[in-house]
Design a protein. Sequence first.
Length: 292
Amino acid sequence: MPERPILPNAAADSAAPAVEILAAGDEVLNGDVLDTNTHELCVLVTGLGGRVSRTTTVRDDVETIAHEIRAALARRPALVFTVGGLGPTDDDRTLEGVALGTGRALALHADAERMVAERYAEFHARGDVPFAELNEARRKMARLPEGAEPADNPIGGAPGVVLEIGGTAVVSLPGVPGELRAIVHDSLDELFGRVFGGAHYEERTLVVELQDESAIADVLRAAAAAHPAVYVKSRAKVIGSTPAIRITLSARGPDAETVGALLDAAAAEVADGVTAAGFGIAAETAATGAGD
């Protein structure tokens, strides 16, 4: 059963930087590849204290990608991720779409070319590729939209690409999951620090011995209304063979003490309400996100 909020929490959402994700790939829409990258980026952004406001998947079509980039920039999110389409083959066209969507030309970037050359020299030394020299297909990965900068890809050939336009950073990432993960965890700390700040993000989870969400809907609605800085959601789950409801409360703030106080108050109200309704709390856990 999909997770869903009990009450839209405008106050909690408005405090978080908005992020959009644009995944490109015929292989995804043909059903040949499962897009785990979008999920991973959603987890990352949430942990950093951001809010993913939209995800979109399109084919490897330059005009379509450009259209989506223009539309995203018009909504003025803090960050737009593109995923896939950075490789050396003709169907890897995401940077063309980003360039078209932002009214920029593609141009060979010296630092990006150096990164690609160094990586292929490493690949050749390991025996992974038949030659080390750059050809046009490899050099294609170093052609970036004008004004963009490369982000080091520690394990793959295509660097990530960061293009900042007004208040929005467009970050283009390769579609290979390991390469995407390496770039976002190793090469974008400075950018993420500027976009998300040093905010603390934390979740609390209460597990209620109950299989009917509607029985505690009023309790959760009241708690969400009373604590607008806390995001409240519920999800039916199974513990062993026993149905239960998992209630997750999350908040973002300037430090752990502030966030902890918000969650303590909201969790106490939920627990009191659930208990008063005649149901037991089976477990309570806490998790801290990546935005510390």
